[in-house]
Design a protein around this ligand. Structure first.
Ligand SMILES: Nc1ncnc2c1ncn2[C@@H]1O[C@H](COP(=O)(O)OP(=O)(O)OP(=O)(O)O)[C@@H](O)[C@H]1O
Ligand SMILES: [Mg+2]
Length: 277
C-alpha cells in the first residue's frame, strides 16, 4: 500500500477515535450528573426516613402519655357527673360541676384525636346502626355549647362501619358546628341528616351523613385548608378534628365534602359505602 494511502487510513482512524472519545466524554459527564442526582435523592430519602422514625417515636410517646392521662380523666368524669346529680338544688354550684364535665369531655376528645392521629386508623367494620352512633355523639356534645340539635333520618341507618371511629367523626363534626354558633346568644340549631342512595361507584349503595350549622362559616381562603392537620382558627383548637374526620372517611373508603358561606353557615357531607365489598 502506498504511504499516502496508509496516512489517509491512519487519519480516518484518528477521526473515528476522536469522535468516539468525545462521545465517551459526554456520556461520562452525563453519568457523573446522574450519580450526583442519585446521591442528593438518597440523602433526601435518608433525611425523610430519619424524620419518619422520629415522628413515629413521638407518636408512640404521645400515645403512652394519652393512655396515662385517660385513667384519672375517667375518674374526674364520673365524679363531676355525680356532683352534678347531687347539686340539683344548688344551681350556682351545679353550673361549676357542669363546667368541670365540659372541660373533661374536651380533654378526652383531644386525647382521642391525638391517639387516632398517631396511629392512623384502620377501620374494623362490623354491622352497626349509625343512628345510635349519632345519638351517642349528640349526647357527648350537648354539654359543650348552647346549640340545639335536629336529627333527621331518611331511610335505614344500618351499615358496616367502625363504631368507635364513626363516633369520633361525628363528635368532631358536631363540636365544630356547636363552636361555630357559640357567639349566637340564642345558640342555634345543628341539623344532622342521614340518607341512603345508590349513587356510589358502580351503583354502590351509600349512606350520607350531613352536619349543617348556621354559624360563622368558613372563608374561601380557609376552605381548602380545614382538613390539614394542625390548621385551626380557634384559640384553644388543636386543628386535629377534621384531619381525623378525613382519615376515618378514608378508612371507610368514603368521601367528605364541605360547603360554607361566611356568616351564614357550613355543611359537611360524609358519604360512606353502606356495606363492605
Ligand atoms: N362548622 C364549622 N364552622 C366554621 N368553621 C369551621 C367549622 N368546622 C371547621 N371549621 C374551621 O376549620 C378549622 C379546623 O377544624 P378542626 O376541627 O380540624 O380543628 P379545631 O376545631 O380548630 O380544633 P380541634 O377540633 O382539634 O379542637 C377550625 O379552626 C375552623 O376554623
Ligand atoms: Mg374541631
Amino acid at each position: 500500500m502506498a504511504i499516502e494511502q496508509q496516512k489517509e487510513l491512519l487519519s480516518d482512524a484518528f477521526d473515528i477515535f476522536r469522535v468516539a472519545s468525545r462521545k465517551l466524554e459526554k456520556q461520562y459527564a452525563t453519568l457523573e450528573d446522574k450519580v450526583e442526582e442519585l446521591n442528593t435523592e438518597l440523602a433526601e430519602k435518608n433525611r425523610a426516613m430519619e424524620r419518619t422514625r422520629r415522628l413515629a417515636a413521638m407518636g408512640e410517646m404521645a400515645a403512652r402519655i394519652a393512655h396515662e392521662i385517660r385513667n384519672p380523666l375517667g375518674s374526674m368524669a364520673i365524679f363531676s357527673t355525680l356532683l352534678e346529680r347531687e347539686l340539683t338544688e344548688d344551681e350556682g354550684r351545679r353550673k361549676l360541676a357542669e363546667s368541670i364535665s365540659r372541660g373533661v369531655k374536651t380533654l378526652d376528645n383531644i386525647l382521642s384525636n391525638m391517639l387516632l392521629f398517631a396511629a392512623s386508623p384502620s377501620a374494623k367494620r362490623r354491622s352497626i346502626d349509625l343512628k345510635d352512633v349519632i345519638a351517642d355523639s349528640v349526647q357527648m356534645t350537648q354539654a359543650c355549647g348552647k346549640a340545639g340539635f335536629e336529627i333527621v333520618h331518611n331511610g335505614s341507618t344500618k351499615m358496616d362501619g367502625d363504631e368507635g371511629l364513626l363516633r369520633q367523626l361525628c363528635v368532631n363534626l358536631l363540636l365544630n358546628a356547636v363552636d361555630s354558633m357559640d357567639s349566637l346568644s340564642s345558640g342555634g340549631v345543628v341539623t344532622v341528616t342521614t340518607s341512603v342512595d345508590s349513587k356510589g361507584p358502580g351503583g354502590m349503595e351509600m349512606l350520607e351523613i350531613s352536619v349543617a350549622d348556621r354559624g360563622r362559616g368558613i372563608s374561601a381562603e380557609n376552605l381548602d385548608r380545614v382538613f390539614d392537620p394542625f390548621f385551626t382558627t380557634r384559640d384553644s383548637g388543636t386543628g386535629l378534628g377534621l384531619a381525623i374526620v378525613n382519615s376515618v372517611v378514608e378508612a371507610h373508603s368514603g368521601t367528605v365534602q364541605v360547603t360554607s358561606k361566611p356568616a351564614l353557615g357550613t355543611k359537611f357531607a360524609v358519604r360512606l359505602p353502606r356495606f363492605q365489598q
